[in-house]
Design a protein around this ligand. Structure first.
Ligand SMILES: [Zn+2]
Length: 185
């Protein structure tokens, strides 16, 4: 799928975060922040290639490794690659950007000023490292300013994002939850 950079994110209404560190846990809530698209590239649409500022790539990949948002059934291949890289994981396992997977299902959220969170697919790590994609400067600034391992106060310490509503609670995924979760998105 393709979305212009900095357009409102409307792919899903709710936010669903996964914590796979202690089993298959997730939490879901209606966001109170505005979400803007970044890095939803497609081969037949224009995008910018340029060298990335120092520190940007490593920080972006750290965020991708730390976050797992709105993971969907199935996978999305990079269609900028002339020959997609082989799938090295089943769809439900995280695909960290530094492994340069060519397919992905999950997203990240990068908080910025004015109650904005940038919404990017995990594939943005592959686009930046393998295709030289340079996102818009506001996103670069937000990534450089955001440490996904900051010890901010939270009732869900494995969810690496500062704007989780206080009433949101982690739930364990059983078979029914998995079905209901994805069927409702
Ligand atoms: Zn690619």
């Amino acid at each position: 799928m393709y979305y212009d950079d900095l357009t409102p994110y409307e792919y899903t209404h709710d936010e669903v975060w996964y914590d796979r560190s202690t089993g298959m846990h997730f939490l879901r809530y209606e966001p109170t922040y505005q979400r803007l698209n970044i890095g939803w590239l497609q081969a037949d649409q224009p995008w910018t290639a340029a060298p990335a500022p120092e520190g940007f790539v490593s920080r972006l990949l750290a965020i991708i490794d730390a976050q797992d948002v709105n993971s969907m059934l199935g996978h999305h291949d990079c269609d900028l690659c002339s020959t997609p890289l082989p799938l090295s994981h089943p769809w439900y396992e995280p695909r960290p950007g530094h492994q340069r997977a060519s397919a992905n299902t999950s997203e990240i959220r990068v908080p910025a000023n004015d109650n904005i969170a940038y919404a990017a697919p995990h594939l943005v790590g592959h686009y930046v490292t393998d295709h030289g994609y340079l996102p818009p400067q506001p996103f670069i600034d937000a990534v450089l300013a955001f440490d996904p391992h900051s010890p901010w106060p939270t009732h869900c310490p494995q969810i690496r994002f500062p704007w989780i509503p206080s009433q949101a609670r982690l739930r364990f995924i059983d078979d029914d939850d998995l079905w209901n979760d994805h069927a409702g998105t």
